[in-house]
Design a protein around this ligand. Structure first.
Ligand code: GDP
Length: 191
């Protein structure tokens, strides 16, 4: 992947606000604070690119970034926000379902999992949604620099066990650290 023109395009709250489905598209999903913005910044080589999507008000939107004339990167809202009001959660879940099942140009989802915590129930919920939406997905462990090797290996094993239950999952996972640059080239080549 040649990231030639990384820029924040727009945040959308409804399907009809999305840009035309005329480019290859990948999306990133993960719990709040998993390190999604940092990973997007590392991937694109733009330090503050994803900050726009982390500002208050933007967090419930589906955020589109252009990577090049032929690729979009889509940042899905961080999930697992227990404090959000029920109607807000319901609205974003409806948008998420509509996006995952209706976006013709979406080729792959990356499900980010914190190396320190391993896969959580909400991660499996997203994976199940991806299975049902027939969106192939790949797991990405984040913040690998924060854990000891044994702890990282345990997170890998637990993630693999979860992936084995999901038909839309790629068997291979990618171990990354936005901080150290680990796995970034692999992730880029997967895209
Ligand atoms: P987001 O909410 O998923 O977008 O998460 P952020 O990218 O904002 O990261 C959440 C916190 O984790 C921030 O304090 C980051 O500095 C930190 N963080 C993110 N990625 C890494 C990483 O690879 N290594 C370390 N050590 N910290 C990270």
């Amino acid at each position: 992947l040649f990231v030639s023109e990384p820029e924040f395009l727009k945040g959308v709250v409804a399907m009809d606000g999305m840009p035309p489905a005329d480019r290859v598209e990948v999306c990133f999903a993960g719990r709040s604070n998993v390190g999604k913005s940092s990973l997007i910044n590392a991937l694109t080589g733009r330090r503050a690119l994803a900050r726009a999507s982390n500002t208050p008000g933007r967090t419930q939107e589906i955020n589109f970034f252009t990577l090049s004339a032929s690729h979009y990167l889509v940042d899905l809202p961080g999930y697992g926000f227990a404090n959000a009001p029920v109607p807000v959660v319901a609205k974003w879940q409806a948008l998420l379902k509509a996006y995952l099942s209706g976006r013709a140009s979406l080729r792959r989802a990356f499900v980010l999992i914190d190396s320190r915590h391993g896969p959580k129930d909400v991660d499996e919920e997203i994976m199940t949604l991806l299975d049902r939406s027939a969106v192939p997905f790949q797991a990405v462990l984040t913040k690998a620099d924060k854990v000891k090797d044994a702890e990282r290996d345990r997170a890998i094993d637990r993630t693999r066990a979860v992936l084995a239950r999901h038909p839309a999952a790629y068997p291979t996972l990618i171990v990354t650290s936005a901080e150290k640059g680990w796995g970034i080239a692999t992730l880029r080549s997967e895209i």
